[in-house]
Design a binder for this molecule. Structure first.
Ligand code: FE2
Length: 376
């Protein structure tokens, strides 16, 4: 039987020293931001809202800001070879650099976390333009990933100072992506607890749930995972590390191709997963497939659900239930050629968990993909 450890919220009685309003934005460093921006507009239904680059006085890089409901995705590329962003892309391929957190006081967030041991990345700085001012500050987390605290209460521009409003010639249609539900990090062998401790001690997060290698293993591969969450629960960061299995685990494959720790997947919430996934598939987004037998005994496993089974089966959407309700979820294949970053689409109907009942079927699907890549 699978065991998990749900912590009571007792230790939340103490003052939250790092109040966070939500995810501010996610910035990816990519090899060709112009083309990636069109991919996320076309395939994921994001809208281009802002831009920074040579035309706006930023000489060394170009950034495109995409938005859908509460999600802001920033795609940045360097314009010259001797550039830290170019080094990042050479090492990691396209990937997430910044998990930016929306706060009311960026300087205090920086001070509270660095005084507890966070490694500074960029000290608090006020940026301003005709739309007002934004204060930002950044600390390091796993790998070369950073957290940027963004304080934007005195700003009403399109994104951040330095960015201009920009519209695309492509008329994108939103597909129901609403907000970032959780962001998962893969870290190296034996490093999960170190990073869980970082989120607990340095950022004041709480341990929400633990999965060990007995929960998450197939014949071949294994991993361990712990989920940490901030005080109001708006930010959830599962942290995975590889565990010993008969063959190479998917986490090891990630670490090999990303050359270290980094963001494995972003889970995006929708209120209508059937609509969202239908749209994504029509636009060419590829998903992991589980065998159709997954659906044979689905209702025995999860009980009554509001959705018809047929469309779920046709779209390969997975279902899991916990004490509080159920959830529907599906995982894309990696969204770049390296087998690294992918997306999850999730619709929660009461459930606050992460789809533990689907892990086995999912990991077997991932292993089939690893085998095709020759990395199992
Ligand atoms: Fe997830």
């Amino acid at each position: 039987m699978i065991e998990s450890n749900i912590n009571p919220k007792t230790d939340r009685m103490q003052q939250d020293f790092l109040p966070i309003n939500g995810t501010d934005h996610i910035e990816m460093y990519v090899g060709n931001a112009k083309q990636s921006a069109l991919y996320y507009q076309y395939a994921f239904g994001f809208e281009l809202i802002a831009y920074a680059g040579p035309e706006t006085g930023i000489k060394d890089r170009a950034s495109y800001v995409l938005k859908q409901d509460k999600i802001r995705l920033v795609l940045t590329t360097p314009l010259m070879q001797d550039h830290p962003i170019a080094d990042h892309i050479k090492k990691h391929g396209d990937g997430v650099k910044v998990l930016a957190l929306w706060v009311d006081d960026a300087a205090k967030s920086y001070q509270e976390t660095t005084s507890r041991g966070a490694e500074p990345y960029e000290a608090p700085k006020v940026h301003s333009d005709e739309h007002g001012e934004v204060q930002v500050a950044s600390i390091r987390t796993y790998g070369e990933t950073i957290h940027t605290f963004v304080e934007r209460k005195n700003y009403n521009g399109p994104f951040l100072p330095g960015y201009i409003a920009k519209k695309s010639l492509y008329n994108s249609v939103p597909i129901g992506l609403k907000y970032v539900d959780h962001c998962v990090g893969n870290v190296g062998w034996g490093e999960m607890n170190k990073w869980v401790e970082f989120y607990e001690k340095v950022m004041g997060f709480n341990l929400l749930v633990t999965f060990d290698d007995k929960d998450i293993s197939t014949d071949y591969t294994a991993l361990m995972s712990k989920v940490v969450s901030n005080g109001n629960g708006y930010i959830k960061f599962p942290i995975n590390e590889p565990a010993e299995g008969k063959k190479k685990s998917q986490i090891e494959e990630y670490l090999d191709f990303y050359n270290g720790a980094g963001v494995q997947h972003m889970a995006i919430a929708t209120d209508d997963i059937i609509h969202t996934v239908t749209e994504l598939r029509e636009r060419g987004v590829e998903f992991l497939e589980v065998p159709s037998t997954y659906y044979d005994d689905l209702l025995d496993r999860v009980g009554t659900i509001e959705e018809d089974i047929e469309p779920l089966k046709k779209l390969n959407i997975l279902v899991d239930r916990d004490e509080e309700g159920y959830l529907l979820q599906i995982f894309t294949k990696p969204v770049q050629d390296r087998p690294t970053l992918f997306f999850e689409i999730i619709q929660r109907k009461g459930a606050k968990s992460f789809g533990k009942g689907n892990f086995k079927a999912l990991f077997e699907a991932i292993e089939r993909e690893q085998e095709l890549r020759g990395n199992l």
